[in-house]
Design a protein around this ligand. Structure first.
Ligand code: DC
Length: 230
């Protein structure tokens, strides 16, 4: 069967990665979570003191990127059935999902030199096709030639509730209002940045999953894939 590139873009916490992971497993494709790459670079910047919440030391960060000091890789975790994210060889999967990183990632993801570097790595990952990649600019900037492009969305309240449930299930002490504010702020910054803003590709299929269950959205996605590969 021919291998294709599947691009899933959309707002934060809309369930893109759940769908993308499921589909990749179902059809034997590689799954890449590009948000994890931006999150890992954010964690690096926070740890190094390059980002204090107000200003970013762009000279220091771009020098480290140019000098190959930031390596973000993925390793499949057989226990969870999902890839884990590593920053310079250290497992950071849990840390990059915490609020500290979530609330600092958008300004880092808006930097042109960060996007340039991560986009180049993402393009290389798709050379062999057979890949499901989720993010914000996959169908527009990384793989404009992707055979299947999906743009996922859901209301901000539904998305905040999903993230709240996810974090509280892990034992994190978080407030729903803070999460909703973070979701809305990220929507704004992601959609208004100059470089590769979040927008629907002209040829993307839109899915609003506010009122869909996970099995329903998975079924919908699998059907779209089958339409393309025949
Ligand atoms: O999907 P996520 O919430 O883990 O993404 C984290 C942040 O990274 C999000 O605020 C937007 C940014 N991002 C991006 O700008 N481009 C991508 N391809 C993926 C994520």
């Amino acid at each position: 069967m021919k291998k294709i590139i599947i691009a899933l873009d959309g707002h934060s916490s809309c369930g893109k990665s759940t769908m993308a992971k499921w589909l990749a497993k179902e059809i034997g494709y590689v799954y890449v979570d590009t948000g994890a790459m931006y999150r890992a670079v954010t964690l690096y910047s926070l740890r190094k003191g390059y980002f204090n919440g107000e200003e970013i030391d762009t000279n220091a960060l771009s020098a480290d990127i140019d000098n190959g000091k930031i390596s973000v890789t993925f390793k499949f975790n057989a226990e969870t059935g999902r890839p884990d994210t590593y920053l310079n060889g250290e497992l950071v999967e849990t840390e990059i999902r915490q609020m500290e990183v979530s609330s600092h990632v958008s300004p880092i993801a808006a930097l042109g030199f960060v996007r340039e570097s991560l986009t180049a790595q993402q393009k290389a990952m798709g050379e062999e096709k057979g890949i499901v990649m989720d993010g914000r600019d996959i169908g527009t900037a990384v793989f404009p030639q992707a055979e299947l492009k999906i743009f996922v969305t859901a209301s901000a309240e539904v998305r905040a509730k999903r993230r709240y449930d996810e974090l509280t299930a892990k034992g994190d002490d978080v407030k729903f209002e803070d999460i909703l504010k973070n979701v809305q702020e990220r929507d704004y910054i992601d959609s208004h940045r100059e470089v590769a803003p979040l927008r629907q590709a002209d040829d993307a299929i839109v899915l609003d999953n506010s009122n869909m269950t996970i099995p329903e959205q998975n079924e919908w996605l699998l059907a779209k894939y089958k339409e393309i590969v025949g």
